[in-house]
Design a protein around this ligand. Structure first.
Ligand SMILES: Cc1ncc(COP(=O)(O)O)c(C=O)c1O
Length: 413
């Protein structure tokens, strides 16, 4: 989209703003799909960006969906996903959430502990139904190289592989539970294709052992994913050619054994990160003790990820000043409007001379942006969210839209 059109959108709908490009989502989906064997299904991990319209768009591309709460399940259903294409993973599912998922008859509840299994059994018995479950496994060791490891280490996620093998009869003997498969999610932001391939190979090997021990054919094998995107200069793009040939090779070894199974991967970041830009208006430019600061109308309250929250690597997201892409650059620090020194979204970053009224553009902001941010802090108006689809800007969230909690609290005094 050209700069004038972007400025027009900013003037009409106001900053701060998330601007998503549906064309990029489509490109990323197609890239991932064509890097995997035909039989593999992609489940969109909507935690990366839960906007209804983005979920609907994923569905139109052929994606299935992975939810992590009752709230996400509501959105997935509202987006029109058939229940056979919905799976539910979370280490902390409440009784009510499980009951709701059971009522909706989603394809698989991915169980993370034997205690959770017991609750599912109890609810299913009360409702006189049989519930499809898969077991989220925490493998014996980590082969992922993930930026944030979620398996192969001591963790709240899943059931340790050894524990599952020891107690598998509990699962098989639960009368209202239908054990359909396994799930492994090793961690996020994996950029080395070999690590993804090793992990997939590991999951297939475990699946075979579990089938043998359980004496039942698995119908669902969820390989996880963790497909990463390069955010920083030091990051190497995930090699999709290597991924494709490695996964095909492994699938060649296991295809016949799992001919009747649904094989899944999950992806959030890879599908949506590249599609989004965060745009925030420059309010003030100042100097403090010889260091230059640019103060913007949105910061870590709306894009915590760019302010290093929850990240080990403290690098800056790629960013620029709208319309000044080719101007000489200087070192500056970009901050938001919060009353905390941690509200920094660009630490000693090289950018052109800026002035109030300019717009900072933070790239690769489509995943874990607003959804992963402390938006209530300091009560700033919510940012606008816009999806550009076929050159038309669709407003998904209006600037400043307040929740009705102010109204609710008014009645208390
Ligand atoms: C179980 C599970 N699946 C999928 C994802 C999505 O990961 P990503 O956005 O890296 O694809 C996550 C992220 O934390 C997760 O916990």
């Amino acid at each position: 989209m050209d700069i004038n059109r972007k400025l027009e959108i900013l003037k009409t709908y106001q900053s701060p703003m998330y601007l998503y490009d549906a064309g990029v989502i489509q490109k990323q989906y197609t890239k991932l799909k064509s890097s995997l064997p035909e039989q593999f299904e992609i489940f969109y991990s909507m935690k990366a960006n839960p906007l209804l319209v983005i979920c609907q768009y994923m569905k139109s591309l052929g994606s299935r969906i992975e939810v992590a709460s009752e709230g996400e399940l509501h959105i997935a259903l509202a987006a029109g996903f058939p229940v056979k294409d919905i799976i539910f993973t979370s280490p902390g599912k409440t009784y009510d959430e499980l009951a709701y998922a059971i009522d909706k008859e989603i394809y698989s509840i991915n169980v993370e502990s034997f205690a959770e299994l017991e609750i599912i059994q109890e609810i299913a018995q009360r409702k006189s139904v049989k519930v499809n479950v898969s077991i989220r496994i925490n493998p014996d060791c980590d082969v992922s190289g993930a930026g944030m490891k979620m398996s192969g280490v001591p963790t709240q996620f899943g059931i340790d592989y050894k524990e599952l093998m020891k107690n598998i009869n509990i699962l098989l003997q639960a009368p209202n539970v239908n054990f359909i498969g396994i799930h492994v999610y090793m961690g996020t932001q994996v950029l080395d294709a070999n690590n993804i391939i090793s992990s997939m190979s590991d999951v297939f090997r475990m699946a075979l052992d579990i089938q043998a021990k359980a004496g039942t054919e698995l119908k669902f094998i969820d390989l996880g994913g963790g497909f990463g995107v390069p955010y920083f200069k030091c990051d190497q793009e995930l090699d999709l050619y290597a991924l494709k040939s490695g996964v095909n090779k492994i699938w060649g070894e296991y295809r016949d054994k799992f001919r009747n199974a649904r094989v899944a991967v999950e992806s959030g970041r890879f599908l949506v990160a590249e599609s989004g830009q965060f745009l925030t208006k420059v309010l003030y430019c100042k100097t403090s003790k010889d260091r230059s600061f640019v103060v913007c109308d949105g910061g870590s309250n709306f894009h915590a990820n760019s302010a290093f929250l929850g990240r080990h690597v403290r690098n800056n997201f790629p960013m620029s000043i709208l319309g000044k892409e080719n101007e000489p650059v200087f070192e500056t620090t970009i901050v938001g409007p919060l009353c905390t020194p941690t509200d920094v979204i660009g630490q000693r970053v090289m950018l052109p001379e800026t002035e109030p009224g300019d717009y900072l553009v933070v790239e690769k902001s489509g995943a874990y942006g607003l959804t992963n941010s402390p938006v209530m802090f300091l009560s700033h108006p919510q940012p606008t969210e816009i999806l550009v689809l076929d050159n038309t800007a669709h407003v998904l969230r209006e600037h400043g839209k307040k929740e009705d909690f102010i109204e609710k609290q008014k009645g208390l005094n």
